[in-house]
Ligand binder design. Structure first.
Ligand code: NAG
Ligand code: NAG
Ligand code: NAG
Ligand code: NAG
Ligand code: NAG
Ligand code: NAG
Ligand code: NAG
Ligand code: NAG
Ligand code: NAG
Length: 489
C-alpha cells in the first residue's frame, strides 16, 4: 500500500506546483508596434476575444495555460490569443497600433504591471525580468524556448562587429533565413570561381559555427527565401545558367528540400511578399526581359495562379507589405537597362495594381523597410549614374513621398535590418567600385542617419538577419571576390 501513499504524495506535489504557478507574478515580454506574421497568415490565433484594455487581454492569456502569446489592437479592442510563440516570434512584422506580448515562463497570474506597457515602445528587452526560477517544474522543458534570460545579454556586450565562424562556401546573392529554431539557413548564391551554388548551410548562434546541410534541388542565385508560419522555408526562382521557375521547400525538422509546383514564369531579381491572407505574391523579375507578371502561390492547395500584371515591367525592384494589407513596389530596372522611379500598389482583394506618385529619384538595388509607424523607408540604390544616399519615406495614409535625409554613405546592394528599437540599420554595399565598410542607422523619430562601428569586411550582395538574441548577422557577399566571412553586431 505504500505505492498508493507515494502516488498521493505525488499528486499533492503536482497540486502544489499548480498552485505555485498561479500565484507567482510574471511579466510578459512586450513588442510594441509589431505583430506575429503568423497572425495574418495561415497560422491563426486559437481564440480572438474582445478586450477593453491590454491588461484584460493579458489576463485572459495568463489564465489559459495553452496561451503563449497575444496580440492586442487597441483601436478595435481585439485580443488575439496564440498557443505557439516559437514559430511566430521569429517572423514578426510591423503593425502599427498593435502590441504583441509573449509569455516568458510558465508561471502565470492574472495580475501584471499596467501603465507603462503601451508607452514603452523601445523597452522590449527591459521588461523581461521574469521570476521564472521559482517553479522549474519538470514539464516546462517543452516550452523552454521562451528563453527569457537570453535577452538580458544584449545590454552587457559592447557594440561592434565581431567576425564569427566562416561559412563553408564563399557566396554572394544568396539568401539567409531565420528559422524558428534560432538557426539561420543560408542557401544558394553565386561563387565567383565555383559558379552557381545549390549548397546550403546552417549557422548556429550558440556556437558561431556553420554546418553544411542537404543541397537544394537546383543551383540558384538572385532567388528569394521566405519563412512560412509552419516553419518551412519557401525558395522561389532565381537563376543559374538560365532563369528558373522552380520552387522548393526546406523543412527544418527533416532537413530536407522538397520541390513544389513550378511558377508560371521563370524569373530572377523578383520580389516575394507574404500577404495578409497567407498567399504568396511574386512580382516582376527578369527572364530575357523584365517582367510585369505577378503570380500567387496558395500554400493550402500548392497551386500557382496568375494575378494582375504590374503597370511597369521591372526587376531589381523592392516590395513591402503595408499595414493596410497592400503591397508597395518601388523602382527597379526596365529591360533597356534604365532604373525607374515609379511605384505601384497591389490590392489583393481585387488582384489589381495601381500606380501611385513616383519617388524623387529613380533607383534599383535599394532597400525598402516598413517602419513601426507604418511608413516605408526607401534607402540608397543606384540611378544608372551613381550610388545614392538619398532616402525617402512613403506614407500609406496620404500616399505621399517625402525625402527623409541622406545617408552618410551612398550605397547600393547594401543590406538592411529593422532593429527591435524601430531603428533601421543599413550595412555595407558598394559605392563607385569601392566597398565602404560603413554601417549606419535611421531613427524614425528624428529622421537622422547615424554611423555605427564599421563592419570588418566591406561587402555588397550580402545578407543581414536579426538573430533571436537581437544581434545582427551578416553573411558572405563580395568585394571583388565572393566571401565566406560572417559578422555579428
Ligand atoms: C520573443 O521576442 C521577444 C522580443 O524580441 C523576446 O523578448 C522574447 O523573449 C521572445 N520569446 C521567445 C519565445 O523567443
Ligand atoms: C565549430 O566547428 C569546428 C570545426 O568544425 C569544431 O572544431 C568546433 O568544435 C566547433 N565548435 C563548436 C562550439 O561546436
Ligand atoms: C516537416 O517535417 C516533419 C517531420 O517529417 C513533419 O512532421 C512536418 O509536418 C513537416 N512540416 C510541414 C509543414 O510539412
Ligand atoms: C481590377 O481589374 C479588373 C480587370 O482589369 C477590372 O475589371 C476591375 O474593375 C478592377 N478593379 C478595381 C477595383 O480596380
Ligand atoms: C526631388 O526633391 C527635390 C528637393 O525637395 C525637389 O526640388 C525636386 O523637384 C524633386 N524632384 C522630383 C522629380 O520630385
Ligand atoms: C560616383 O561616380 C560618378 C561618376 O564619376 C560621380 O558623378 C559620383 O559623384 C560618384 N558618387 C559617389 C557617391 O562617389
Ligand atoms: C502630398 O504632399 C504635398 C506636398 O508635400 C502636399 O501639398 C499634399 O497635400 C500631400 N497630399 C496628401 C494627400 O497629403
Ligand atoms: C538630427 O540631425 C540634425 C541635423 O544634423 C541635428 O541638428 C539634430 O540634433 C539631430 N537630432 C538628433 C536627435 O540627433
Ligand atoms: C569560392 O570563391 C572563392 C574566391 O572568391 C574561392 O576561394 C573558393 O574556393 C570558391 N569556392 C568555394 C566552394 O567556396
Amino acid at each position: 500500500m505504500t505505492w498508493i501513499r507515494i502516488l498521493v504524495l505525488f499528486f499533492i506535489l503536482i497540486l502544489d506546483q499548480v498552485i505555485t504557478q498561479n500565484t507567482n507574478a510574471v511579466i510578459m515580454s512586450i513588442i510594441d508596434g509589431w505583430q506575429f506574421q503568423c497572425a495574418t497568415t495561415t497560422c491563426q490565433p486559437y481564440a480572438t476575444i474582445t478586450s477593453s484594455s491590454i491588461l484584460q487581454c493579458e489576463s485572459s492569456c495568463l489564465r489559459q495555460i495553452q496561451c503563449k502569446a497575444i496580440s492586442f489592437r487597441q483601436s478595435i479592442t481585439i485580443c488575439q490569443l496564440f498557443n505557439d510563440n516559437i514559430n511566430q516570434n521569429n517572423s514578426l512584422q510591423v503593425f502599427v497600433g498593435t502590441v504583441t506580448m509573449t509569455v516568458i515562463s510558465d508561471i502565470r497570474t492574472a495580475s501584471v504591471p499596467t501603465s507603462t506597457i503601451l508607452s514603452s515602445s523601445t523597452s522590449s528587452t527591459s521588461s523581461t525580468s521574469s521570476t521564472s526560477t521559482s517553479t522549474s517544474s519538470s514539464t516546462s522543458s517543452s516550452t523552454s524556448t521562451s528563453t527569457s534570460t537570453s535577452t538580458s545579454t544584449t545590454s552587457t556586450t559592447t557594440p561592434g562587429w565581431q567576425i564569427t565562424g566562416n561559412m563553408n562556401v564563399a557566396r554572394q546573392q544568396h539568401t539567409a533565413t531565420m528559422l524558428s529554431n534560432g538557426k539561420v539557413l543560408v542557401a544558394g548564391g553565386l561563387n565567383g570561381t565555383a559558379g552557381y551554388l545549390n549548397s546550403a548551410e546552417l549557422y548556429d548562434p550558440s556556437t558561431d559555427n556553420w554546418t553544411m546541410i542537404s543541397y537544394m534541388n537546383a543551383a540558384r542565385y538572385q532567388h528569394t527565401a521566405s519563412i512560412l508560419s509552419d516553419g518551412r522555408v519557401l525558395v522561389i526562382g532565381g537563376a543559374n545558367s538560365a532563369s528558373l521557375n522552380t520552387v522548393e521547400f526546406y523543412n527544418s525538422s527533416t532537413g530536407n528540400w522538397l520541390t513544389a509546383a513550378n511558377m508560371n514564369y521563370a524569373r530572377y531579381g523578383h520580389t516575394v511578399t507574404i500577404l495578409s491572407d497567407g498567399k504568396i505574391l511574386v512580382a516582376g523579375g527578369y527572364n530575357g526581359g523584365s517582367l510585369n507578371s505577378a503570380e500567387l502561390y496558395d500554400l493550402s492547395t500548392g497551386i500557382w495562379s496568375v494575378t494582375g500584371n504590374m503597370n511597369a515591367a521591372r526587376y531589381y525592384h523592392r516590395a513591402s507589405l503595408l499595414s493596410n494589407g497592400k503591397v508597395l513596389v518601388t523602382g527597379g530596372r526596365i529591360s533597356g537597362g534604365t532604373s525607374i522611379n515609379s511605384a505601384e500598389l497591389y490590392d489583393s482583394s481585387t488582384g489589381n495594381w495601381t500606380m501611385i506618385g513616383s519617388m524623387n529619384v529613380s533607383r534599383r538595388y535599394h532597400t525598402s523597410s516598413v517602419l513601426s509607424n507604418g511608413k516605408v523607408l526607401i534607402a540608397g540604390g543606384y540611378n544608372d549614374a551613381t550610388p545614392l544616399n538619398i532616402a525617402e519615406l512613403y506614407d500609406p495614409t496620404t500616399s505621399n513621398w517625402t525625402i527623409t535625409g541622406y545617408m552618410n554613405v551612398a550605397r547600393q546592394n547594401h543590406a538592411v535590418s529593422i532593429l527591435s528599437s524601430g531603428k533601421v540599420l543599413v550595412i555595407g554595399g558598394v559605392s563607385n567600385s569601392t566597398y565602404p565598410p560603413s554601417a549606419e542607422f535611421y531613427d524614425p523619430l528624428t529622421g537622422n542617419w547615424t554611423n555605427i562601428a564599421n563592419i570588418n569586411v566591406g561587402r555588397q550582395q550580402h545578407t543581414a538577419s536579426i538573430l533571436s538574441n537581437g544581434k545582427v548577422l551578416i553573411t558572405g557577399g563580395q568585394n571583388g571576390f565572393s566571401l565566406k566571412s560572417a559578422e555579428v553586431y
